[in-house]
Design a protein around this ligand. Structure first.
Ligand code: GAR
Length: 232
């Protein structure tokens, strides 16, 4: 059996990189269950690349505008990712729609953090849409990436209330620190435990997940699976 510290994570991002930073803090604190082998971006100006460089983490830029079409871009991305032989790939603010072929190549080991309680509000402008729908609850989800945009099985979620007077900006500001807890906790679970997605179902240690794990009650902040809540 491989040593946990041998587990490798590659992070894909397009911008600010605050979720990368949260993953890195977990690695530094010693509970991520693996190492961030590289940060890869589709944008040369992504601030997250700078953060990773400052941390001494390998960075690769596969700039979309250097390739004639999506297939060539995704081929270069696959080569870049493959060089690190990752056990898991985390999309942490990676703002590109990926082709079905690319997703299939990485199926079962690529997850994405999305700022809504999926299946509600796939796609963009989630905070605005929560307010427009008059919802009282908002949150973030980590899901397996499938060819359907933001449509793959959800492994974990974190919830918060919508307050009177909330704006999209206020919701985003309140949700981000929760994302910074949810993504590292989920990646630690994935890196340390046997989690498998098949079709629409997720199993943890051979038990089927009946609903997404809730941060705090089913999943601890340091990525431990808390009992059988949520598992059949
Ligand atoms: C995060 O809020 C993440 O949930 C969102 O982008 C932000 C990235 O922030 N992702 C999506 O909207 C994907 N559909 P960061 O660069 O500071 O981590």
């Amino acid at each position: 059996m491989s040593d946990r510290s041998d587990r490798r994570l590659v992070v894909l991002l397009s911008g600010r990189g605050s979720n990368y930073r949260a993953l890195r803090r977990a690695e530094e604190a010693g509970w991520l269950g693996g190492e961030i082998a590289a940060v890869i971006s589709d944008r040369v100006d992504a601030a997250g690349l700078e953060l990773a460089r400052a941390d001494g983490v390998d960075t690769v830029c596969v700039a979309r505008n250097r390739y004639p079409d999506r297939a060539a871009f995704e081929h270069a991305l696959t080569v870049a990712i493959g060089g690190y032989r990752p056990h898991w790939i985390a999309l942490a603010g990676f703002m590109r729609v990926l082709s079905a072929a690319f997703v299939r190549d990485h199926a079962g080991r690529m997850v994405n953090i999305h700022p809504s309680l999926l299946p509600r509000h796939r796609g963009l402008d989630t905070h605005q849409r929560v307010l427009e729908a008059g919802e009282r609850e908002h949150g973030a989800s980590v899901h397996f990436v499938t060819p359907e945009l933001d449509g793959g099985p959800v492994i974990s979620q974190v919830r918060m209330f919508v307050e009177p007077g909330d704006s999209p900006e206020k919701l985003a500001d309140r949700l981000l620190p929760l994302e910074h807890r949810l993504l590292p906790a989920t990646m630690a679970l994935l890196l340390k435990s046997q989690v498998i997605a098949r079709d629409e179902t997720i199993s943890i240690r051979n038990k089927t997940l009946a609903r997404p794990l809730e941060l705090g009650s089913d999943l601890s902040d340091d990525g431990r699976f808390l009992g059988d809540g949520g598992v059949d």
